[in-house]
Design a protein around this ligand. Sequence first.
Ligand SMILES: O=c1[nH]cnc2c1ncn2[C@@H]1O[C@H](CO)[C@@H](O)[C@H]1O
Ligand SMILES: [Zn+2]
Length: 339
Amino acid sequence: MKDILKKLPKIELHCHLDGSVRPETMYELLLEEGEDMEDISLEQFEKMAKVVDECNSLVEYLERFSYPLKVMQRKENIERITYELLEDLSKQNVKYVEIRFAPFLFMEKGLSFDESVESVLKGMERAKGDFNILSNAILVCMRHESVEKSIELVEKGEKFLGKGVVAVDLAGAEEGFPPENHKEAFDLAYKKGYNITVHAGETGRYENITKSIELLHAERIGHGIAAIKSPEVMELIKNKNIFLEMCPISNLQTKAVESLDEYPIKEFLDNDILVTVNTDNTTVSNTSLDKEYELLIDGLGFSIEDIIKLIKNSIEATFLPKEEKAHLKRIIENELKNI
Ligand SMILES: O=c1[nH]cnc2c1ncn2[C@@H]1O[C@H](CO)[C@@H](O)[C@H]1O
Ligand SMILES: [Zn+2]
C-alpha cells in the first residue's frame, strides 16, 4: 500500500511556505543570523520547530512560526526555502502545488513587498526547471491585521496576478477575528480577478464558513470542518460547489477535533462535498501528503480508489486557468493509468 501511495501523482493546494521550511536549513540560517543556538542540537531544534507532542490549540500551533520567520527576511533565504520545499515535494511525486505565504511577514527587516513576492517566484521558477514541478503562489492576508493592510496586499499583489500569483487567502487565529473585518479587501480582490480561498471553520465557528463564502467570495475554504455542525452550511458548500482544503494531521494537532473518529471527512464525501486533502505545514505538522493519505487509509478505512478520488477533486480545485488545468489533468491521468 505504501508503495502505491508513493507512486501516486499528487497535488498540494494548502501548504504554508513558512510552515514548511526544512528544519536543517532553518537551523543553519538561524546560526547565520547570530541566533544563540549553542546549547541546542539540530535534533533538539527539530522538536522545537515541529508539533511533536503537546499542542492544545491553533494559537499554540501558530507559535511555531516564530522560528522560520526569523530566517525569511532575506531574498536569498526565501528563494532557497521555496526551492527546497519544491524539491522535497517533487520527490513525493507532487506534480502541482499552490504555495501560500504572507508577504508582510517577510518585511520586518526592510524587504519590500515586491522583493518578498519575487523571491518566492524565483524559487518556483528555478524548481520548475530542475525538478519538473509546477507551482503557483497564494498571497495570505492575516486576520489580526487591519483591513487596510489586506487592501494594500491586494493592490500590491495585482501586478503578479497570472505571473505566479493566483489567489488571496485569509489566515491566522480565527477566534476574535471574524471574516467580515476584511470584506473590503476581498471585494477588491474579487473585482481584480484574484481567486479566493479563506481559512474558516477550523476552530469550531461554522458561521465563518458562511461569511467567507457570502461576504468574502471564497471559492475554496481552508479546513471547513465546523461545517459538520450545521446542515445549512453543508447545504451551502454543496450547492455552491465550494472545495474544502482539509488538512487532517494539522486539525488533530490544533485540537480542531479531539480524535480521528470525529473527523468529518467521510460525512462530507457522503454528502457529495468536494473534499481535497493537504498538509497545511509540512514541517510544523511533521507531515507529507503520503502521511495524510496513510492516516486516512489506516485510521478511517479509505481505499486507494478513495484517495484517487481526492486527487481528482484537487485537479478541479486548482486555481489554474482552464487550459493549464486540462494539461495537469492529462499529466495526472496518464500516470494513474500505470499505477
Ligand atoms: O492552519 C492554519 N490556520 C490558520 N493560520 C495558519 C495555519 N497555518 C499557518 N497559518 C498562519 O499563516 C501564516 C502565513 O503562512 C503563518 O505565519 C501562520 O501564522
Ligand atoms: Zn492553513
